[in-house]
Design a protein around this ligand. Structure first.
Ligand SMILES: [Zn+2]
Length: 337
C-alpha cells in the first residue's frame, strides 16, 4: 500500500547558516514543500535586509528541489507598525523567545509586560502576522512549559485577534490550553510524539535526544499523540529539527536539539498507520497549517511512501540524526514536484 502526502510542511525548522545550512537545507527541501524557518542565527534575524539575505542563502542550497522557506523575524518589542508594514510581504511570522531559554536566544524577551509588548503585538494583530512562541519560563526544567501556560493565556486574552502558535508543545497542560482560547494553536515535533524523559536520561544518557523543551512524562506524550493522531485542526507538524555537529552533542555540555528532518515523514507514516489514523496524516503535515497560516502559498509536491525498509545513515555530514544506524519500516519511494 502506498501512502501519498501532498505538499508536506514543516512548520518549525532550524536550518542554521553557512556549512551547516548547506548540509541540512537539502535534507528538508527534498521531502518537504515548505518550512517555517527559525530566525535564531548569530546575530538573530531582525532586519529586512538580514531576512531577505537569509532567504536567498536558503534558496541557494535548496534550488534542486521545490521548496518554499517561510521566513520569520526574531521578536523585539521595538518593532513599529511602520516597520512591520514594510516587511509584511517578506515574512510569514515572528518568533518570540524568552531571554536565554534555548540556542541563541540571549536577546529575547525578559518579563512579559503587556504594556511594553502592546504596540508591536497590536500591529501584528492588525497586519495578521502570527506570533510563534517558545513557551518556557526560567523555572525548574520539567515545569517550565506548564508554568508558561499562564503567559499564553495572558497573551491570548490581551490580543484576541493575534494568532499565537505555541511552538513544540510537550505537555498535557499546553494541549488543554489549545481548546480554551480560540487564537491559540500549536506545533508538535516528531520526537515529542515518540520519546519521554526516560528515553533521554532513564538509562545511559542519550545526547542525541536531548532538546529544549525537554521530553516529559508518558501522560504528556499521550496527550500530544491524541491531538496529532486525530488531526486536531489547531495542531500542525513542526519538526524543530535542530542540527548540531556531533562534537557539540557528544561532549561535556551537550547542545540542545534533535535532528529529524530526513526521517520525519517516514516515522510519522509508521506512527499514523500503527494507530489506524493514516487518513489524518495529511491534515497534520499540511492541511491544518495551510488553514492556520491562511496567507501562505504552498507549492504542489507529492511524496509517496511505502512499507519498505529504510536504513538511517549514521551521519549526515557532521550531524547524527535521531535513530542513526537503525532501520525504519517506511521509505520515501517517489517525490514529484
Ligand atoms: Zn526550535
Amino acid at each position: 500500500m502506498s501512502i501519498i502526502l501532498n505538499s508536506p510542511l514543516d512548520m518549525h525548522l532550524h536550518l542554521r547558516d553557512e556549512a551547516m545550512l548547506s548540509t541540512v537545507g537539502p535534507l528538508s527541501s527534498e521531502s518537504f514543500a515548505g518550512a517555517i524557518i527559525m530566525p535564531n542565527l548569530v546575530p538573530p534575524v531582525s532586519t529586512k535586509e538580514e531576512l531577505i539575505a537569509y532567504r536567498t542563502r536558503i534558496l541557494n542550497v535548496t534550488k534542486e528541489h521545490t521548496f518554499t522557506p517561510y521566513m520569520t523575524l526574531f521578536f523585539k518589542p521595538t518593532y513599529t507598525k511602520e516597520f512591520l508594514e514594510s516587511i509584511k510581504n517578506e515574512l510569514t511570522a515572528i518568533k518570540l523567545y524568552p531571554a536565554g531559554i534555548t540556542t541563541n536566544s540571549e536577546g529575547g524577551v525578559s518579563g512579559f509586560d503587556v504594556d511594553e509588548l502592546r504596540p508591536t503585538l497590536d500591529a501584528m494583530s492588525e497586519l495578521n502576522i502570527p506570533l510563534c512562541v517558545h513557551g518556557e519560563t526560567n523555572g525548574f526544567v520539567m515545569d517550565r512549559e506548564a508554568e508558561f501556560v499562564s503567559i499564553y493565556e495572558m497573551l491570548a486574552t490581551n490580543f484576541p485577534k493575534l494568532k499565537i502558535i505555541m511552538e513544540h508543545i510537550t505537555t498535557k497542560q499546553s494541549v488543554e490550553a489549545l481548546d480554551k482560547f480560540e487564537n491559540l494553536y500549536a506545533t508538535i515535533t516528531l520526537h515529542h510524539l515518540l520519546i519521554t524523559l526516560d528515553d533521554v536520561a532513564g538509562g545511559m544518557l542519550q545526547p542525541h535526544l536531548f532538546c529544549k523543551p525537554i521530553a516529559k512524562r508518558p501522560e504528556d506524550r499521550d496527550a500530544l499523540r491524541r491531538v496529532a493522531l486525530e488531526g486536531h485542526p489547531k495542531v500542525m507538524f513542526g519538526s524543530d529539527s535542530a542540527p548540531h555537529p556531533q562534537h557539540a552533542k557528544e561532549s561535556c555540555g551537550c547542545a540542545a536539539g534533535v535532528f529529524t528532518s530526513p526521517i520525519a515523514l517516514q516515522i510519522l507514516t509508521e506512527l499514523f498507520v500503527e494507530h489506524s489514523t493514516v487518513e489524518k496524516l495529511q491534515a497534520f503535515v499540511s492541511g491544518n497549517a495551510q488553514k492556520i497560516y491562511s496567507g501562505i502559498k504552498v507549492p504542489s509536491k507529492t511524496i509517496t511512501l511505502e512499507k519498505k525498509e529504510f536504513k538511517v545513515p549514521n551521519k549526515y555530514g557532521e550531524v547524527v540524526p535521531m535513530y542513526a544506524g537503525e532501520t525504519l519500516a517506511y521509505s520515501i519511494v517517489n517525490v514529484k514536484g
